[in-house]
Design a protein around this ligand. Structure first.
Ligand SMILES: [Zn+2]
Ligand SMILES: [Zn+2]
Length: 420
């Protein structure tokens, strides 16, 4: 039997993993600068949490969840997104009782049963942030800016934000009513999904990818024209914040996001070279309460890291990665061989990466191995050098070679790495 990775999953191999580590490091670095703290919640939660927290009528809950019963008969679901679990944790640990705001981030795998394609996997990875405890619109701009800075720092070009306000439970019903009145006469022309959305969640028709649906909704009433006296100034202030931060954005009145819990600000990140968004988020002022907590606002984003990788690839961005080993130790003779182990330890303890030949090969083969491993320096230890407490160091890039004191090796290697 030939085993294969499950459909929609991949093995990330050495060479590829370094790119992921680089991207994840950038995410952590920006979170540190914006004063966010990492939270790690379980990969699976009670199924009911996602029904409540993501929304019954969403594609995720209707078609995409990995749901199973455990041996105790509990219905559990692999997390299809990050926010619900984080909110559950915020509520369960009563963090809402602490001084606010709470600023958290997460990085990790999520699971959705989708048709796999480039940049979309069934096990995929998200970097997300959540802020609880404030409705301040400038914070919305700050959160959007954090994601923007993250993408930019990776070297991506043409990043922009699509922005909308999806209103609140006060103003949304008015828009909903108008939307239903506008769409009902043309119900039969809508796609199957949208016909059912018309009764349950008409706003989602606005972001249907079906061409006929899009043509029909071209002239549909827009949420931004129906914002209440809370939502309207909030939206204006978010835009002013983005202007002040010089984050490029465009209004997209079709943007409603796939999840039911959004209120007011909704946004997505778009980038050259990749169709569709590479991340997005919004405000969810009702979600904490929906999950059993007090009435407390929140906002966040989730960025798909597979999408980021695809964008980096399509834009031909070269990440500044190095697979160099600082020093390859070549030994000649038994005595030198014996000394090599502790010498390598000294190098490693001295913050240098170091490697050696483990097959007892001849000098020439060892040099070849050093070259193949991209060694910056080769240190050659023979019987004679050992007797004189010396070692020969050779820079592979230039071929320059000199003999130094053995006890100066660590310093020498470190210095070469840091200052060339
Ligand atoms: Zn409103
Ligand atoms: Zn449709």
């Amino acid at each position: 039997m030939n085993f294969r990775v499950p459909r929609g999953t991949v093995d990330l191999m050495p060479g590829e993993v370094e790119k992921w580590q680089f991207v994840e490091e950038k995410a952590r670095e920006w979170c540190r600068r914006y004063h966010f703290f990492e939270v790690r919640t379980p990969l699976f939660e009670q199924t009911e949490l996602f029904r409540r927290g993501v929304g019954e009528t969403t594609d995720i809950v209707e078609k995409e969840m990995y749901t199973f019963e455990d041996r105790g008969g509990r219905s559990l679901t692999l997390r299809p997104e990050g926010t619900a679990g984080v909110v559950r944790s915020f509520v369960e640990k009563k963090v809402y009782g602490d001084p606010q705001p709470t600023k958290w981030y997460y990085i990790g795998p999520m699971y959705r049963y989708e048709r796999p394609q480039a940049g979309r996997q069934r096990q995929f990875h998200q970097f997300g942030v959540e802020v609880f405890g404030t409705k301040e619109p400038l914070l919305d701009a700050e959160v959007i800016d954090l994601g923007y800075q993250f993408y930019r720092s990776l070297g991506l070009k043409g990043i922009r934000v699509e922005l909308n306000s999806v209103g609140c439970p006060d103003c949304r019903p008015v828009h909903r009513e108008q939307l239903v009145a506008f769409l009902s006469p043309r119900r039969e022309e809508l796609c199957k999904d949208c016909q059912s959305r018309l009764d349950r969640n008409p706003m989602r028709i606005l972001d249907c990818k079906n061409e006929t649906c899009q043509a029909i909704t071209e002239q549909a009433p827009r949420m931004v024209d129906h914002l209440c006296e809370d939502c309207s100034p909030h939206f204006e202030a978010v835009k002013e914040g983005l202007d002040a931060l010089r984050v490029p954005y465009v209004l997209n009145t079709r943007l409603v996001r796939g999840l039911d819990y959004y209120t007011q600000t909704a946004f997505e990140y778009i980038v050259d070279g990749v169709s569709g968004s590479i991340g997005g988020g919004g405000r969810y002022n009702g979600l904490v309460q929906e999950v059993g907590g007090p009435d407390m606002p929140g906002i966040g984003f989730g960025l798909g890291l597979e999408r980021v990788m695809l964008a980096l690839e399509h834009q031909g961005v070269e990440l500044p990665l190095s697979n160099e080993v600082d020093c390859f130790l070549v030994t000649l003779g038994d005595e030198a061989q014996k000394r090599s182990l502790s010498l390598l330890q000294e190098l490693r303890q001295g913050d240098c990466s170091a490697e050696r030949d483990v097959q007892g090969r001849k000098m020439k083969a060892q040099m070849k191995a050093a070259d193949r491993m991209n060694a910056r320096l080769v240190a050659i230890l023979g019987e004679e050098e050992l007797l004189n407490n010396q070692i020969v160091v050779k820079e592979l890039a230039t071929g320059n070679q000199e003999t130094i004191q053995l006890d100066k090796l660590v310093e020498y290697v470190r210095d070469k790495r840091n200052h060339g």
